[in-house]
Structures are given as structure tokens and as C-alpha cells.
Design a protein around this ligand. Structure first.
Ligand code: SAH
Length: 268
């Protein structure tokens, strides 16, 4: 196995605000379907296998990147994120994926850009407050404001030009090791989080884990989730159809716009 510790020589332009010279931007998706299309756009493409995962190195709109699939759930996602940072000289992570709707007015087809994340299934009470991650003294992990702003703008452009009339939301996303797929279950989850002061817009299975790893390493992190289902009784059917037909088109359009804007930044 070959591991490239550094990115190829400095690109024409580089997202200086987020990457130091020699660093790559990681583009992470939870599922292979969500990543389809992105790999095709890579220039100077190279595939490396490590820890049972495929890491695709190259340039995307001139920006040095590594693309990979986090796999499903918090453990898999944190291992993938840590590997990206430790072995692939990653300086920032952007996550694109799908999620179930939780917040009022959040519809299938809308996009949620994460402000912060919480693990809705973490409960060490009564030793710690519910959701609090022991040793961190907090339940929520924030995304990087600047990188999230760039992602938000890319989403807004894409929705306006490519995917009207979907809407974009920004706020809290809840992650847990469970595919939420029941009317009663999603209602209970929404109400519990709201009552506890954590009104989440969407529910998925990886984002909070990646946020915690990025916090440990002081790495900028931004994440967006397209709403694939309502986390209700028909979630499994809606999810499967959405992922197959729509998710990769969103990811491709939004990431292309994001890297276009980052690639036009000043040289490092
Ligand atoms: N069909 C997939 C499994 C998908 S699990 C397979 O066979 O591999 C669902 C994925 O979509 C997770 O990555 C999760 O982050 C996201 N997701 C979408 N809707 C969700 C919901 N209602 N609850 C939890 N996660 C959801």
C-alpha cells in the first residue's frame, strides 16, 4: 500500500483560508451512491486502498482533494475521519450526504447546512447531562463558520440555479447509530431534543462523529445533508429512491460550486 503524505505541488490557486500548502481538502460521503459523479470529475486521479476503504486523490477544480466514503454509523465515520487526517494530509473536511427531516418546515429535497452537531443517542446520565460527551464538557460540536459559509453559498447557488424550488436551512443536526424510520419514533425524538434545548433540523448517522474528530485535531469542518425522507414509516422507501435518483446530483452540483469558489481564493 502506498500512502502519499503530501499533496502534489502547489495548485494554480489554493483555498488558502482553509488549507496550508501540501494539505488536501477531504470530501466525505456516507454512501457510495452519494459520491457517484464526484470521482469522475477528479483530475490526476489516484486510488489508494487502506483500512478496507478506497481513498481517491486528485484535483477538483484545481484544489487538491481526497474523496472517500465514511461508511455508515458513528464508529465507521470517526475511523474514516481520523484516517484522512493522520494519513492523507487533510487540512479540512466537507461532508455531503442525505438525512431524515426533523425540523418544522424541513422538506424532502431541501438542504440542511450544519451549524453544529449532537449525538442524540449518547446518554451518560445521571453521571453527565444527557447528550454530553464525557471529557469534553459539552454536547454540541460546532462546524467551522468560514467553511460553512462557503458551503452555504454553494448550496444557495445550486438550489437557485439547478434545483429550484428546494430550500436551504442552517442549524443543528442530530446523529445517532439508528436509521430513524417510524412516525412515533421521529415525533418522540423531535420532542425530546426540543425539550432538552436542542431543536435539530435533521437526523443522520455520521456527522457528529466527524465533528468530534475534527474538534480534536483543530480542523475546519463543514457539512450539508439533502433531506431524503421524513424519518417516518415510509423513510426506508423514500430514502432508497432519493439516494439512487437525486443525492449524487446534489452532491456533484454543490461540491463543484464550492470548490470553484475555494479554488479562486488567494495563493497560500
Ligand atoms: N441502504 C444503505 C443503508 C443506509 S443507512 C445500505 O444498504 O448501505 C442511512 C444513511 O442515510 C446513513 O448514512 C444516514 O446518515 C442517512 N440517513 C438518511 N435518512 C436517515 C434517517 N431517517 N435516519 C438516520 N439516518 C438517515
Amino acid at each position: 500500500m502506498t500512502v502519499l503524505p503530501h499533496a502534489p505541488p502547489a495548485p494554480r490557486h489554493a483555498p488558502a483560508a482553509f488549507l496550508r500548502p501540501g494539505q488536501r481538502l477531504a470530501i466525505l460521503s456516507a454512501l457510495v451512491d452519494e459520491q457517484r459523479g464526484l470521482i469522475d470529475q477528479l483530475q490526476e486521479r489516484q486510488r489508494i486502498e487502506h483500512a478496507g476503504r478506497h481513498f481517491w486523490l486528485g484535483r477538483f477544480q484545481g484544489v487538491p482533494v481526497v474523496l472517500t466514503v465514511s461508511r455508515i454509523g458513528k464508529v465507521s465515520a470517526s475511523l474514516t475521519a481520523a484516517t484522512l487526517i493522520e494519513r492523507f494530509a487533510v487540512g479540512a473536511i466537507v461532508f455531503t450526504g442525505v438525512a431524515g427531516a426533523l425540523g418544522d418546515g424541513v422538506q424532502v429535497g431541501d438542504v440542511v447546512v450544519a451549524q453544529d452537531f449532537i449525538q442524540h443517542d449518547l446518554d451518560v446520565s445521571p453521571l453527565f447531562a444527557r447528550y454530553e460527551v464525557p471529557a469534553y464538557g459539552r454536547a454540541r460540536f460546532a462546524c467551522d463558520a468560514g467553511l460553512s459559509q462557503a458551503l452555504l453559498q454553494a448550496v444557495q447557488h445550486s438550489l437557485a440555479h439547478d434545483f429550484a424550488p428546494a430550500r436551504v436551512h442552517q442549524g443543528l443536526i442530530a446523529s445517532g447509530d439508528r436509521f430513524v424510520s417510524g412516525q412515533a419514533e421521529v415525533r418522540a425524538l423531535r420532542e425530546r431534543l426540543q425539550q432538552d434545548g436542542h431543536p435539530a433540523l435533521a437526523v443522520e448517522m455520521e456527522g457528529a462523529a466527524v465533528a468530534q474528530v475534527c474538534a480534536d485535531h483543530g480542523l475546519p469542518y463543514a457539512a450539508m445533508r439533502t433531506i431524503s425522507d421524513r424519518a417516518d414509516d415510509s423513510a426506508h422507501r423514500d430514502f432508497a429512491q432519493f439516494v439512487e435518483q437525486v443525492a449524487s446530483r446534489y452532491a456533484q452540483a454543490i461540491i463543484t460550486r464550492l470548490l470553484d469558489s475555494l479554488g479562486q481564493g488567494p495563493r497560500p
